[in-house]
Every structure is written in C-alpha cells, then in structure tokens.
Design a binder for this molecule. Sequence first.
Ligand code: FAD
Length: 448
Amino acid sequence: MKEKIAIIGGGLSGSLLAICLAKRGFQVEVYERRGDIRKGQAAAGRSINLALSTRGIEALKKVGLAEKVLQDAIPMTGRMMHSVKGELNYQPYGKSGQYINSVSRSGLNIKLLELADEYDNVKLFFNHKCVDVDLNINTAVLENDKGEKITVEASIMFGSDGAFSAIRSEMQKTNRFNYSQNYENYGYKELEILPLKDGVFQIEKNALHIWPRGEFMMIALPNPDGSFTCTLFLAYDGEKSFSNLKTKVDVTAFFENYFPDAMAMMPNYLEDFFNNPTGSLTTIRCNPWVYKKFALIGDAAHAIIPFYGQGMNCSFEDVSELDEIIETYYPDWTTVLQKYQEARIINANAIADLACKNFVEMRDLVGQPAFMHFKKVEQELSETYPDVYRSQYSLVSFSTTPYSYALAQGYKNEALIQYIIEHKLEDKIKDANVMMPLFRDFLGEVTI
Ligand SMILES: Cc1cc2nc3c(=O)[nH]c(=O)nc-3n(C[C@H](O)[C@H](O)[C@H](O)COP(=O)(O)OP(=O)(O)OC[C@H]3O[C@@H](n4cnc5c(N)ncnc54)[C@H](O)[C@@H]3O)c2cc1C
C-alpha cells in the first residue's frame, strides 16, 4: 500500500479526489465537517442543482461514474429567455446534440461518497471539522461533533474544504502568499417553480430559463420531479435590491412587475423568499496553491461566481489533471504538486474572468436584440464551419480546451462577428470564399 493522504473536505472535489487516489492505491482519509449527506444531512443554503458539462463529465468518466450521474440528469440544450411580457426567446447553447446537464448537488455528492466508500483503502470521517493545521509538520487538527480533537498526520494533505477553506487560511500566513477576495454587491435566493399535479413540467423541461432584467435576473434549472429550482440574483443595496424587499407587499409587487409569468407557477414564493437564506457571491483567487506537502483544490483554491456554471466543472478538472500528473511524476510529490499548480492556476483565473463577464451577459445582454442578433450570427458560423469556428461558450462547456484559450479565443470571435455585422456580411456566411479570409484575419491560421 502506498503512503497516507488526507483530504480535508468531503464535498464534490474532495470525494472525487478520494476515488482517484484510492484507485492509485494510496491510503486515503477524508475529513468532512458536516454529517454524512447519505443519511439525509444535506447542507442548507447551497444551490440545489448544478449544471454539469463536458469537463466535469470527462472527470467522472475516468472513475466510471459519468453514466450513473447522467442517468438522473436533465439535458438543457439552450437558454430560454422570458421577457416581462412573458414572450419567450430560445438561444441554443451549441450545435444540435450539445447540451449541459442539470444535476442534483446532493445526489452527485452522494454518488461520489458511495463510490469512495467502496474502496477498502478509503476512510471517511464525518462531523470532523478541521480547526488547525501545521503546514511544517504535515498535521491537521480535527474536532468532532462531541468537541473532541484529534491530530492526524499524512504524507500529503489536500484542502478541498471549499471557498472559506481552513487550509488556505493557514497558507495565507505564509510568506509571499497572494490572495484576493471580491464580493459582488449581489446576493442570491433560491425559490421554486412547482410541477403540475402529475409531475409535468410547467415550462420547457430541456432548457435553462432566464428572466433577464438588466440589473438583476432570475434563472431556473429543471429537476427530475417536474419542479424547477429558481435562483434570484439581486443587488444587496440600491433601488432594486434585497434591502428594498422587506415586506410581503414589497416582494409581491416586485414579482408582479418583473416576473409575472413565473410568479403564477410559484405558489410558495413568498414563504421561500422570507425563509430561504440569501447567499453571497464571491471570487477568490490565490497563488500559490501549494505549500510544502499541502495543496488546495476545488473552491478552496478558486471560488468563482456561478454565471458560467463552471465552479464544479473546473474543480473536477483540477482533480482529473492532478491525477494525470501523479501518473507521470509520482513518487516525486514536489514535482507533482508544482506541475499541478502550474497547470491549473492560469485556467482557474481565466474561468473566474469568464464567469464575471457572463454575469453581465446573462442578466442584461441576453434580452437585448443586438445581442440576440450576435448570437444568431455566431450560431450560423458554428453550424456552417464546425471545424473552424468554435464559440467561447462551446469551448468552455463542450470541450476540455484550457479555459485560458477559451478566454483569449472569445475576444477574437467577438471581433470577427462585430466585423461581419458592421459590414453587413450576414448573408455571405455560407460563402466560404468570403469567410475563410476573415477567419484567417481574425482567428489566426485555419484549415479548410
Ligand atoms: C448558487 C451557486 C450555483 C452554482 N452553480 C454551479 C453550476 O451550475 N455548475 C458548476 O459547475 N458549479 C456551480 N457552482 C459552484 C460549485 O458549487 C462549486 O464550485 C463546488 O461546490 C466546489 O466543490 P468543492 O468540493 O471544491 O467545494 P464545496 O462544495 O464547498 O465542498 C467543500 C466541503 O468541505 C467541507 N468543509 C468546509 N470547511 C471544512 C473544515 N474546516 N473541515 C472539514 N470540512 C470542511 C464542507 O462541509 C464541504 O462539504 C455553483 C455555486 C453556487 C454558490
């Protein structure tokens, strides 16, 4: 048996990491602050469902879990925009047959923990909160629900303990540790669209619904029982804000004004609004992710705002890429961890930038005619020249191309489409003689 590795945090990335390390024959110990989610002890206040896309699926495939997860997922082939008047506008996410997947957060975490638990070389400890670490001697202090403290030692320790990581807090005290945390002036609140009596979806099942309202928005992702989990993203302060929605009368008027079509399908929206917590949105970046034998992974290393639906996907890709690096460089852990952070930090920063950019797109631009036209041109380019033109969305969500490449390519794509629109070349898109030189000019070398 190989050496012992401790994982602090048994959420999505920690449990996937446990499986990968167990497959490689390490002795794995996972310490999770919460109770066992498999016994119904779900975390309150977190998103109920998540969009799972190619990067996450590829990582799950490696541990043989993708098929099982996708069985319970609902494909979302595009965005369905709802105007204030209730008009619908649909924008496909990609080419025909491409879609992202609505999956249950707790269902996914349970499947990962169940699989981890099947390995004899994995030990799961619930109700164990990391309260201290010593980065110099590879130890962590865990406090259980009885208030007892134990100290564990391991050859390598991973901090997969989420956005407010205890491991990262300790790393912050080390010399030359870079750290930034930026809160949006936006919070989010989860609400629900109920199914019809027989479990029938009240709005299009296979779409991610958006009610873009400029400064704020609501989105809805489908659940297998016919319901939709809605998330209202709204400023904390200002004219249209949570701080101005204090009474039932305020909230009713707000929904009547901005979401009348949705409101009719949300009989419990007032109770949900006042009972459910308001979540905050933060981007956290840090560098390095590694200190001696400790490494950060998942949200502990890079919390991003959720507007590209990539936080978990990126976290799963961290695990997958780390696993490949272990394959190549183990047992040289110093090199493994260095290569891991070199590979991932640049991409985590890129998806953080993309997520911020997509927030403006989702809450505001998607509802505007100029943007809809832009998307139509882009869709035609993608469909006519699938080997040459790839939208940024497709690079992020339907490929494992590095996020940093997708970020850079997106700017080139935008310049190309703006040129096509400004020069009224929309009806020439199918003409390769016109388009190929433009692809070369704007996108760089292309093959015909
Ligand atoms: C509203 C919202 C919507 C989102 N939607 C999407 C989406 O559609 N697609 C997507 O890809 N991503 C989405 N995300 C992001 C996604 O939730 C995260 O990226 C993902 O959960 C990261 O997984 P993780 O395991 O790194 O962290 P977490 O899921 O936060 O897990 C960390 C675990 O560590 C445990 N822990 C914390 N502190 C300690 C401690 N001191 N000791 C021991 N254990 C500890 C926690 O209890 C938890 O189980 C969304 C996030 C939000 C907030």
